[in-house]
Design a protein around this ligand. Structure first.
Ligand code: GLN
Ligand code: ZN
Length: 656
């Protein structure tokens, strides 16, 4: 085997594979045998036993001190059974994914790998065994443990995100074993630089020996789009720069052949031409943007006044009650609304008709909020399909696929934009709709933007410059938008950073750097506004205990944040004494469920928050946007939310 794919994409939005061992094994066995019957031999892939435990979560009620690794001897018999079944079915190879080997592991955890594979050794005999790692490099200790595992014939490394592993391999590789070299990026959509990959592979072969290098993708192809052939709207030049899963398989094979002296010169040369065109294309480079982004580096960007003085200035202008109520942005996306957007895109309805329909929708949403007596309103985002796509479509440097779906979670799929060039904002993106919405009410109407880090983390990002440089460019574009909204009279502006946490590198040594530029990018967007302009941000996940200081450092005036779905874990940060002086709205109910929370239940939640947070900084809002809910759920839920806020306001006033 000289070429190898770590895993394939899950096609179509509707497939869901559960990661539970029993279920997974059932699928694995039936697919494996099914394909074998067709005469196709595949490598069955199992999550390795140690990663299976390290990535599991203890059940509710289990003591915090309980070590999941202590279950290793309980699950190894299950692995033995599966391996025996695979062998009986005729398997010659088996792959164990052990992605946790790229984490910062202690000696106790590393020993678990040694123990597990020693235990499995006799069952594995007769099979070729690959242990695969991905998403980062491995530490020197993990490398030693991995390459000393018993019963293993090959080791896989992600050489795209884990270039430091190359040095470890150069420092020594067990003789006679196979090296699975992940040189084709499984997490991106860019064509491989075949010439440079071939050099790496040849250098590796010189170390590990002839026929001992297996060309591989860096990780499963689950994270990339399926096939470029399905893209009918991308132009030829841009397409030549890309490779989706189907094209990546060809790249892996071409590299494997080249390594044994059967180089397909035509394939390599068209790849080189594409690379050269990408490098020199005027579509990629915008000198002014490059200059402006470079000028940001090394300097700090903060609002001139501290947050408590800003909040005072804002309160004078906004005159909000205690425990102000608001929502996160989107209102239900009805079938009608989706139809209007679709028809407008397909040019089936005129611009005037489209604008009128959206205006009508905004007016409906404004009225509902006024009737509910919500304090800070939103326009409901009826003009947006997706919070990243909407902005990407209006920014330069972005391209869109028609079929580039990737699995997000469960059965959900997303179609990430492709950032191929320097990012700039040709014209205002949201001012038109926000101004219309503000003109419909006397109450403050929140401007609604997606933040630079979220746009970055939910896109396929160019790989010809560091991610932070691209992020700074997006930050500058959003900064212009923030300032245009302010000029248009919008006094509250929310900049969503739903995906900030998702970009966090796996290795501790790199986390501080990421958080530093991510938080800096956010601050760049709003460092230029007046004290009286209130900047909100929103985050969808609340496992923030470890990064709370970075959240504080974002220096937003108000943060609304998921809280109710995760057992109010967020509040424990404040219980442990972290001081948060800005406004904060931990979600009072879970919008992912159709259940309508009662007033008492929400009041109870607010009281729990008041036990750890000052009443003058607390906001009352749902966990996230309401776009996936129905009006029949949203209206009563928000009505109870406002009632709960009023109830507690009265209680607080009478307690004085
Ligand atoms: N403003 C967005 C909305 O309400 C935020 C979505 C999100 O946090 N994912 O839909
Ligand atoms: Zn959210």
């Amino acid at each position: 085997m000289a070429s190898h794919i770590v895993g394939y994409p899950r096609m179509g939005p509707k497939r869901e594979l559960k990661f539970a061992l029993d279920f997974g094994v059932l699928f694995l066995m039936s697919f494996y045998i099914f394909l074998l019957q067709l005469g196709i031999e595949t490598v069955p892939v199992l999550i390795g036993p140690v990663s299976y435990l390290l990535l599991s979560k203890p059940a509710k009620g289990v003591e915090k001190s309980f070590s999941l690794l202590s279950l290793i001897d309980k699950i190894l018999p299950v692995y033995k059974e599966v391996i025996a079944e695979l062998k009986a079915a005729g398997a010659t190879w088996v792959q164990f994914d052990e992605p946790t080997l790229v984490l910062d592991l202690g000696s106790h955890q590393l020993q678990a790998f040694t123990h597990a594979y020693s235990e499995l050794e006799s069952t594995l005999s007769g099979l070729q065994v690959l242990v695969e790692t991905y998403f980062a490099d491995v530490t020197a200790e993990a490398y030693k443990t991995l390459t000393s595992l018993n019963g293993v014939s090959g080791f896989g490394f992600d050489l795209i995100r884990g270039t430091k592993s190359l040095d470890l391999i150069k420092g020594g590789f067990p003789s006679g074993k196979l090296l699975f070299a992940g040189v084709v990026d499984g997490r991106n959509i860019w064509a491989n630089d075949l010439t440079s990959s071939l050099h790496i592979l040849q250098a590796l072969e010189a170390i590990v020996g002839k026929d001992k290098v297996v060309v591989s993708t860096s990780c499963s192809l689950l994270h990339t789009a399926v096939d470029l052939v399905n893209e009918t709207k991308l132009d030829k030049e841009l397409k030549s720069w890309l490779a989706f899963a189907a094209q990546k398989v060809l790249e892996v094979n071409a590299l494997a052949k080249a390594l044994v002296g059967q180089k397909d010169e035509a394939f390599f040369s068209s790849n080189a031409t594409a690379h050269a065109s990408r490098k020199s294309s005027p579509r990629v480079t915008n000198e002014a943007v490059q200059k402006a982004a470079a000028a940001l580096k090394g300097s700090d960007h903060r609002r001139a006044t501290n947050v408590s003085a800003r909040l005072d200035a804002q309160q004078k202008k906004l005159n909000l009650p205690l425990l102000p109520t608001t929502t996160i942005g989107s209102f239900p996306q009805t079938m009608d609304l989706r139809r209007v957007r679709r028809e407008y895109k397909a040019k089936k309805i005129s611009e005037d008709d489209y604008v009128n329909s959206i205006k009508e929708e905004i007016s409906k949403v404004v009225k509902i909020q006024e009737e509910l007596d919500i304090d800070v309103l939103v326009h409901g985002e009826p003009e947006r399909n997706d919070m990243v796509e909407y902005f990407g479509e209006q920014l330069s440097g972005f391209a869109f696929t028609v079929n580039g779906w990737v699995q997000s979670y469960g059965s959900r799929c997303v179609k990430p934009p492709i950032i191929y060039g320097d990012v700039s904002r040709p014209k205002a993106m949201t001012v038109f709709w926000s101004s219309i919405a503000q003109s419909m009410t006397k109450r403050p109407m929140k401007g609604m933007l997606t933040g630079p880090v979220t746009i970055l983390n939910w896109s396929f990002v160019r790989n010809d410059q560091p991610r932070h440089e691209t992020c700074y460019q997006i930050a500058l574009a959003i900064k212009d938008e923030v300032e245009d909204l302010e000029k248009a009279g919008i006094t509250v502006i929310q900049i969503d950073e739903a995906a900030l946490r998702e970009g966090l590198p796996l290795r501790k040594s790199e986390q501080a750097f990421y958080l530093d530029w991510a938080v800096h990018s956010f601050r760049i967007t709003n460092c230029g506004v007046q004290d009286t302009t209130q900047i909100h941000t929103h985050m969808c996940y609340s496992n923030f205990n470890d990064i709370i200081h970075s959240i504080i450092d974002m220096d937003a005036d108000v943060i609304t944040i998921e809280n109710s779905r995760s057992d109010e874990k967020l509040l424990s940060v404040f219980r442990e004494g972290v001081k948060y002086g800005a406004g904060i709205g931990p979600g009072v109910y879970d919008i992912h469920s159709p259940r309508i929370p009662s007033t008492e239940e929400i009041a109870d939640r607010i009281n729990k928050m008041l036990a750890v947070l000052e009443s003058n900084i607390l906001w009352v809002n749902p966990d996230c946007g309401l776009k996936t809910r129905k009006y029949s759920e949203v209206k009563p839920a928000l009505s109870n939310m406002v009632a709960a806020a009023k109830l507690i306001r009265t209680q607080l006033a009478s307690a004085k």
